[in-house]
Ligand binder design. Sequence first.
Ligand code: SAM
Length: 284
Amino acid sequence: MNNLTDIAYIKSILKRHGFTFSKALGQNFLINPTVCPRMAEYCGASDTCGVIEIGPGAGVLTRELSKTAHKVVAIELDKRLLPVLKETLAECDNVKIINGDALRIDFNKLIEDEFAYGDVVICANLPYYITSPVIMRILEERLPIKSLTVMVQLEAAKRICAEPGTREAGAVSVAVRYYAVPEMLFKVSAGSFVPPPKVDSEVIKLNILNNPAVAPKDEKLFFKIVRSAFAQRRKTLSNSLSSGLSLSKGEVASALEYCGIKLTARAEELSMDEFVMLADFLTD
Ligand code: SAM
């Protein structure tokens, strides 16, 4: 089998298929041979654990996953890569490629149709432009999966894995901790890709919880408060909530006072429990 991390080989096969990289689709292909085996190991692919991959590209991670997973289903948006994948994955008989958009595909149906037994995990080198929407979609749909092991830009990784109540935290950090326990796994330098992106990346793992980490009385209101709180990071929480929730300054002030949160606090200072307390107070 040809080596998919060999830059000369990968360039020649892409050239033969008339393929040129699309920046808009976040196409930076891995050429560092140490990364995919580590991702495959961390994600837990095994003969009782199938894998969904998002964006197989030329198939470098797909091939590694297929060595240990009983089945790999990979969703690729770019039709131009289908003949490339047909060639690079010709010897992997446990791989299925689906031409589709990870932001639209029905993951529940895919899991039901493709994985008859065992656990399912997601493992991917994500196109950077869909990082947050695709992660949030997968978490919010409460798919029957064990974990997501994904490579994302380093800054996005820090935000996704940040603990609420710390400087790096954003709405996505709170949402991630609601559904999962995040882990930063290892850094991948920009030089590990062709073409190299401008920034380094990080592989992270989100271990899905059986039940959400906290139990607000009204989940929708909880997330609306989190989104409003972080919508204007430079404003105080009090100002963001009053404009985001159409509440008077007085109403927000009494809610904050009841929850023991100072009026000058900013969203990133609030813990998960304080967000729940605030949401429950406003629900009542
Ligand atoms: N897995 C390959 C690797 O590690 O070398 C390629 C990773 S590259 C960062 C992202 C891949 O996702 C590209 O193949 C791109 O065409 C694909 N992609 C972009 N947007 C997508 C979407 N909405 N749904 C599915 N795949 C997408």
